[in-house]
Each structure stands twice: as C-alpha cells, then as structure tokens.
Design a protein around this ligand. Structure first.
Ligand code: ATP
Ligand code: MG
Length: 423
C-alpha cells in the first residue's frame, strides 16, 4: 500500500510506493548503475536512482542516463570507488567510470538549486542537504522521483507520480519563482512536455507567454544545449510547435517566426517530423544537422528571393545573426552553412550546377544528404531525385559508415565518397 513515511515532522512526508505497487524493475536499470547503488548502500549510505532515469522507467521508456543521488559526500564516494573522478567547482559531482567510456554520475543530496553553476561561488559543505531538500530543489515534479535501492520502493515528495499519471509537467513550487530563479526551465518544461507527450501546466504556460524574453537572463550555452536536447530526441516536431505556440520561437528565432508568418509553419513541421522518424529508426542527429533542419526552410525562402550565385555567402548571411544570438560555435556554423548550401546542388542532380566529384567528396556530405532526403521526401518528385542520387552513390549515402568496411577498403584504394566522414 502507498504510505506516508513516519520519520519526519519538519517536512512534508513523502509518498512511498512499495515494489509490489509500481512498475520500475531492477532489470531495466543499467547494471553498472545498479552496482553503484548497491555498493553505496552496503557502505551505509542512502542511495537513490533519481531524475530522468526514474521518470522514464516508470513511463516504460528507455532512459538516456541513470543518475544517482546519495547521502555520501564526494570524498566518501571517492573512497568507495577506485574508478571515481570528482568534477565541478560549485558542486562536486562524482563520475564513476566504466568500460566503454560509460560514466555514472553520482551527486550528494543538495540543499539548494543547481542553477548558474558556472557563475556561482565555489561550493561549501552547507550546499549538501537531505533527500527532502534534494527533491524540492529540482525543476518539475516528474523529475523529482526517487527509486530507493534498499527496498526497491519509489519515493515521491512532490506528487510527481500523480502528475506522471495525468501526464502533466508541473513546476515544483511557484512557477513564477522557479522560472525567475532559472529561466532555462521554461525551455526544459517545453522539452519534457514534448518528450513525454504531456501537457505543461496552465500557469507555467501563461508565465512562459508573459516572460519569454527573460530566457536571455539564462546562460546562452545552456539555451543552446537545451535546444539541441529538445530537437534531437525524436520529438522535435512537437517541441517546435510548442515553442511557437508559447512565443519562445519569436524570442529565440525571430527570423524564423517572421518567415512562418509569411509562408506558414508546415514546412518546418514536416522537416522535423521526418527527423523524428529517423531518430526512432535509430539515427541520433548531429547537432549541426538539427540546426540545418531548423534553418533550411528559412534559407530556402531567402534563396528563392535571391540571384543564388554565392550559396555559401547566402547561407552565412541568413544564419549568422541567428547563430550569434544563441552562440552556435563557429565550427558548427561553418558545417551548417555547408549543409544548407549543398541542398541547392543536391536538388539539382540533373542540372548545370551538378558536380558529383565535388559534392560527394565533402566531409559534411552525409548530413547534407540526410537533410536532402528529409526535405525531398516532403516534396512531390523528391523520391525520384533521391533514387537518382542513390544510383550514383550506392544504397544510401546518408547511412553512417561501417568502420570495418571503410578500413578494409581504404587499404585497397581511395576512400569511397559515400562513407567518407572527412575530406
Ligand atoms: P534527460 O532524459 O533529458 O536527461 P533528465 O530529467 O535526466 O532528462 P537532466 O537535464 O539530465 O534531465 O537533469 C537531471 C535532473 O536534474 C532532472 O531530472 C532534474 O531533477 C534536475 N535538474 C536539471 N536541471 C535542473 C534545473 N535547471 N533546475 C532544477 N532541477 C534541475
Ligand atoms: Mg539526464
């Protein structure tokens, strides 16, 4: 039976759901994360699986990562695990390293919010807290559930289970305060609503509409990171629609918002739906491909109104102001404009601009071709263009290279253009 714990008088007591009454099974937890949980527990510490890992497993989804929170302090964690490195200045986090580059992140229960990590003062021990405090400093109720390895129960301080059941993304505490503390939570709210196919609670929606411009109070690097996470996990179309609906699109990407006012948003929606489809068939998009998808309909609009001579310059002029605003790294900007400019050639497979040797050898070709496949498949006649390229290039130029095959071929002769990631 679900019960309230009996050991706290100072704080609201959590709902504790015993193993027999929830669906989170140990067999779906990463074995290395399980090892870490058990070992911390054997050394006398509280050890919980936390955050997205618990949320996703309860929803029957595959978590991106398995984070752990514990009562052990960083120096204690380091003593327990030989394969541990402490990172971070403001909050010391433990990274436990496993074979194949896998890292399990372990954090000590915290008393305060983790916002503005880069800018804040160096941590002192009073930033550590109780499980209660650690739950309440988190952003959304569905992100504050704990899985307790000592009895396999789920611990819920914030009514996250009810919200998960009702498919509602709700801030912990007053949304106005929580968004003011950290405006990036507005983006995170939209990201989780799209990712989990949930609604954002109406008060949060109202506040985002009202204070969307406050997003610039957050660190730009975090805005960029959240956009990449939002659009690269198979629910970009839904996230894009929500960004537009709540007005954040006009704040972050006014040029695109303006374009949508002129030509409508269907093109963007179609491109992202195709990108999502590819994600669900196993292709995680590179960040530059995500941005190329986002910018393409706008670039195409600019291209159609131009003489179309210097494509790279056209792409640069179109995307530079946008990239500057969200601080897309220079190197990534270069790749994005190459991908955009390449579309004109790819669509012109039969035309005078077509120079197979030039296009096929380029490093960005695989992502350029993926965008081409995405866009062409939304247009009439596009399928024939794709198959013309495939005839030139083998089965699918957008497929990632098989490293073994590439290595074998390299010994014999020149690299095959379709599978060449560099050059
Ligand atoms: P994902 O599947 O995208 O990784 P996640 O829930 O694990 O989702 P992360 O960004 O990895 O999200 O953060 C891990 C956890 O840390 C969150 O679930 C949340 O509890 C907490 N958290 C992260 N960012 C914030 C924030 N800005 N404010 C409060 N809590 C946060
Ligand atoms: Mg995570």
């Amino acid at each position: 039976m679900r019960s309230r714990s009996e050991n706290s008088t100072l704080h609201p007591e959590p709902i504790i759901v015993p193993r027999s009454e929830h669906s989170l099974s140990r067999s779906s937890i990463d074995p290395d994360a399980l090892k870490v949980l058990y070992r911390l527990n054997r050394h006398g510490h509280i050890a919980y699986l936390v955050g997205g890992g618990v949320r996703d497993l309860l929803l029957g989804k595959k978590p991106k990562d398995f984070d752990i929170s514990t009562s052990a302090h960083p120096h204690e964690i380091k003593k327990i695990f030989g394969n541990c490195r402490l990172i971070g200045r403001r909050f010391r986090l433990a990274h436990i390293h496993f074979r194949g580059g896998k890292i399990i992140e372990v954090s000590t229960f915290r008393a305060i919010s983790e916002i503005n990590q880069e800018d804040g003062p160096v941590s002192s021990d009073n930033t550590f807290g109780t499980p209660w405090e650690d739950a309440f400093r988190r952003d959304f109720t569905v992100n504050a559930l704990f899985y307790n390895i000592s009895d396999f129960s789920v611990i819920d301080y914030v009514n996250g289970l009810k919200d998960l059941e009702n498919r509602l993304i709700r801030c912990i505490g007053d949304p106005e305060v929580r968004f003011r503390e950290d405006p990036i939570r507005m983006l995170r709210g939209i990201r989780f609503a799209a990712l989990l196919d949930c609604d954002l609670d109406s008060e949060s929606e109202r506040l985002i509409r009202e204070s969307k411009d406050d997003i610039w109070e957050g660190a730009t690097s975090r805005i960029l990171e959240e956009i990449i996470r939002m659009m690269g996990r198979g629910t970009a179309a839904s996230a894009f629609d929500r960004l537009q609906e709540l007005g954040l699109l006009s704040t972050l990407f006014p040029e695109i918002d303006q374009h949508i006012r002129i030509e409508g948003g269907d093109f963007y929606h179609d491109v992202f739906s195709k990108l999502d489809k590819r994600f669900h068939s196993g292709e995680t998009p590179d960040p530059w491909l995500i941005f190329a998808c986002l910018f393409y309909p706008y670039f195409d609009f600019i291209y159609r109104g131009s003489s179309g001579d210097d494509l790279l310059k056209l792409a640069r002029d179109a995307i530079s102001p946008i990239c500057r605003r969200i601080q897309v790294p220079k190197r990534m900007q270069d790749i994005i404009r190459q991908i955009l400019a390449a579309q004109v050639r790819l669509f012109d497979v039969r035309g005078s601009r077509f120079k197979p040797r030039t296009v096929l050898r380029k490093a960005y070709f695989r992502d350029a071709f993926t965008l081409f496949e995405i866009v062409a498949s939304t247009t009439s006649g596009g399928r024939e263009l794709i198959s013309e390229w495939q005839k030139l290039e083998g089965p699918s130029p957008s497929q990632k290279p098989d490293p073994k095959r590439t290595r074998r071929r390299r010994k014999r002769g020149p690299k095959p253009p379709a599978t060449t990631p560099a050059g």
